[in-house]
Design a protein around this ligand. Sequence first.
Ligand SMILES: Cc1cc2nc3c(=O)[nH]c(=O)nc-3n(C[C@H](O)[C@H](O)[C@H](O)COP(=O)(O)OP(=O)(O)OC[C@H]3O[C@@H](n4cnc5c(N)ncnc54)[C@H](O)[C@@H]3O)c2cc1C
Length: 374
Amino acid sequence: MDFSFSEELMMLRDLTRDFTDTQVRPLAAAIEREHHVPPGLMGVAIPEEYGGAGLGEAGLCVVMEELTRGDFAVAVTYGAHASIGGMSVLVGGTEAQKQRFLPDMAQGRILSAYALSEANAGSDPGAMTTTAVRDGAEWVLDGEKVWITAGDVADLVTVYAVTDKEQRAHGGVTAFLVPAGSRGFGVGKREEKMGQKGSSTVTLSFDGVRVPDDLRLGAVGDGFRIALATLDRGRLALGANCLGCAREAHALSVAYANQRETFGRPIGTKQAIQWMLADSATEIFAMEGMIWRTAALCDAGEPFSRQSAMVKLFASEALDRIVDRAVQIHGGMGYSAEFVVEKLYRDARVTRIYEGTSEIQRIVIARDVLKRGY
Ligand SMILES: Cc1cc2nc3c(=O)[nH]c(=O)nc-3n(C[C@H](O)[C@H](O)[C@H](O)COP(=O)(O)OP(=O)(O)OC[C@H]3O[C@@H](n4cnc5c(N)ncnc54)[C@H](O)[C@@H]3O)c2cc1C
């Protein structure tokens, strides 16, 4: 059993840590205020034969963890492209599509986003009503996708649409790569959110958008499988986001516990505070174990769907507890917008919701447990 990082992963971690400390962290307040993100490391998980760094899902998780330490919104904007947008091409594209798009995606010349959710189809994407109808050598898309992260900055959006109303989630959904700016492609206003304000979240509308058949991603009817297989990776990478945010909240809490004094002694000497720190440290350790083990399964080509749902469920719920403790340890200062923990608390909350809520992760895990046992 070997739990150590390869030399390449350690170099990647140091590089991302340095990028985060010098380029992201100093800008975090401005990113939140001005709602925008600087560009960075795009092709970490894309294999070398397609122009990427070839460091797999483990590499992506390293970057996600480190970027989130600096700013969650930056990491999420990056993830919309590097984790779910671009990954849908890797997971579902034909060889020709991979050759055509992945090198530019790896270099950040093409930015992508992932559009599955609709107003009445979030937890139940099979209820989607966006349609794609074939017309000669083209497809005509009509409908609306909501909550699309980075949908306003992406050049190419992976859109999932119904191509067979009878089959729907069972072979009736197909994926398409829709270029931004296509005629009939509309971008709505940015949602006002509780946290992660620097990352944009928009509605995308499709009013008779014509997409050539060579931008159909994978086979007709294979869209739902591609959507879910992409989410398996996305949920794991999101676990790494949670780990990065948890580490940051915990480090700030430890520093504050050593420095803040009440009754003549640092609050870190009080057992109530020590227990909170111990619980957070334990949960961070558990997150690490789950994330790196699941990344190893993914990169070895083993099944990891249940494990990524477990990572997403545990990491997001543990993060919520950790940021809550961080606010508590900071007392009144934890509630002040001048202290970073207030922002971490707001940024963390959505991790239990997007890429499938905690309830949906439990459904995914339980279904698999009932089928296969532990
Ligand atoms: C900031 C942000 C960014 C996002 N980015 C993207 C993106 O880039 N691309 C994209 O496609 N989507 C994105 N989403 C959408 C996100 O994936 C959905 O919001 C999420 O899947 C939940 O769907 P919903 O909001 O429709 O909630 P609903 O499905 O309406 O759920 C409401 C509540 O009911 C619960 N529930 C639903 N069904 C069940 C059930 N069977 N059993 C038990 N409980 C249930 C849910 O867990 C939840 O608590 C984003 C969302 C947010 C907030």
